[in-house]
Design a protein around this ligand. Structure first.
Ligand code: ADP
Ligand code: MG
Length: 399
């Protein structure tokens, strides 16, 4: 699914109202009947104006009919939800223009955007449920019967959870992007001008960097949190330059900035220890492979770290979800979808590779909206990136 904003500027105020009406109707109808769209859109022009808008929106694939529908109705497409979120961000002056895509996975699109002052920011569009549940039959059946499996619900939940944690962590002084805004399945945050660890081929002191990654992880734990996907893709490495007051020389410190929080769990979670160990191992394996660095001491161990939760004045943040209105049932649905997604990724990694064939993303059983992915872009195929960035070394002229 690509974000194609070209049609946005051609939509009239009435089109937007009708699109919002389809979204509103989707809360109670899988396929929103036309009379309900008319009622929710509250347009003075009556049904002929509404049908004109419907036709524009359907042509632009922002709404779609379903195959074998028993009545005349429409549902929102991925594109429709994207437009509504962008429209909100734009009205609140958080986004003025949308630029290139910086990251693409099957769970999200990461876009470079700018606000009206020209400041660059990141828009993360969650796409959970886009291809999940497709390879495992039982879940497909579950998905069909259960609205809690729908992509719109899951992606919106993922964004809500991520924004809640981003805000909480940012307030607690953890190095994360600055949260800016949230709408539906999207969040806007500051652009961190730092490469992911994955792209870094060499650092002056791997032991020091390793220590800072572990220290950051243990800080999260003191707040009661386990990241759950703490790896070289989700840790950006920033170079902070300062002047040593004694020697007057410039010093470079590598500061890890952590991102990607939809899978975050509490240190109290039943499987906390497993996720804790998995995260720590991920970092260890990466440091050994990339920098040939092996820590001399074992651990850290969950059992010991558990005792530090809430200590040293660290505010517990694992209740952030409830505080942000995400119910236990919602949290469970989201967790199930994320775990399912992880399992499927392990079983069938190719299905999760970014591909040219975007049509493949859509759920083939559902409807005709799949047309929206027709255009393909060969640039998009993510090449296996080679680590190329050397970071943290003083340049000869500075030292
Ligand atoms: P996903 O859930 O798909 O893994 P992430 O939030 O991890 O999405 O983002 C994917 C990639 O996009 C990251 O590995 C990073 O390279 C880039 N990215 C995401 N957020 C930011 C940000 N705020 N600043 C800079 N780069 C970012
Ligand atoms: Mg990620």
């Amino acid at each position: 699914m690509k974000l194609d904003t070209r049609a946005m500027r051609h939509l009239t105020a009435e089109d937007w109202k009708v699109l919002a009406a389809v979204e509103q109707g989707s809360k109670n109808h899988e396929l929103v009947p036309v009379p309900i769209i008319e009622r929710f859109s509250r347009l003075k022009g009556g049904s002929s104006l509404v049908s004109k808008c419907i036709s524009t929106l359907a042509k632009t694939s922002l709404i779609a009919k379903m195959k074998e529908a028993k009545y005349d109705g429409y549902r929102l497409t991925y594109g429709g939800l994207d437009y509504l979120a962008l429209h909100t961000h734009s009205q609140k002056k958080h986004i003025y223009s949308v630029g290139t895509r910086v990251g693409v996975g099957k769970e999200s699109d990461i876009m470079l955007v700018a606000d009206h002052t020209g400041a660059q920011q990141i828009l993360k569009i969650h796409r959970l449920g886009r291809i999940s549940f497709r390879t495992v039959k039982t879940n497909r059946d579950y998905l069909k019967k259960n609205a809690s499996g729908s992509w719109m619900y899951l992606s919106t939940l993922a964004a809500r959870k991520e924004y809640a944690f981003l805000s909480a962590l940012h307030s607690a002084g953890i190095p994360v992007p600055t949260p800016i805004a949230h709408s539906r399945h999207t969040i806007v945050m500051s652009l961190v001008d730092a490469p992911p660890l994955r792209q870094i081929s060499s650092v002056p002191d791997p032991a020091a960097l390793y220590a800072s990654l572990i220290e950051l992880y243990l800080r999260l734990a003191k707040h009661g949190l386990i990241h759950g996907d703490y790896n070289e893709f989700n840790i950006l490495i920033r170079e902070d330059i300062s002047t040593n007051p004694e020697t007057g020389t410039e010093e470079i410190t590598l500061v890890p900035v952590v991102i990607d929080f939809p899978q975050m769990i509490s240190m109290e979670h039943v499987n906390a220890e497993m996720y804790f160990d998995r995260d720590i191992n991920c970092i260890k394996i990466f440091f050994e492979r990339r920098f040939h660095f092996k820590p001399t001491t074992p651990g850290p161990f969950y059992k010991d770290v558990k005792k530090t939760v809430g200590r040293d004045g660290f505010e517990r943040l694992d209740a952030t979800l409830e505080a942000s209105g995400i119910t236990k049932k919602m949290a469970k649905d989201l967790e199930a979808a994320i775990r399912q997604h992880e399992e499927e990724k392990l079983q069938n990694p190719e299905a999760f590779e970014p591909s040219d064939d975007e049509e493949d993303d859509e759920d083939e059983d559902e409807d005709e909206e799949d047309k929206e992915g027709e255009e393909t872009n060969t640039d998009e195929k993510e090449k296996e990136e080679q680590p190329s960035i050397v970071i943290g070394f003083q340049s000869p002229s500075e030292s």
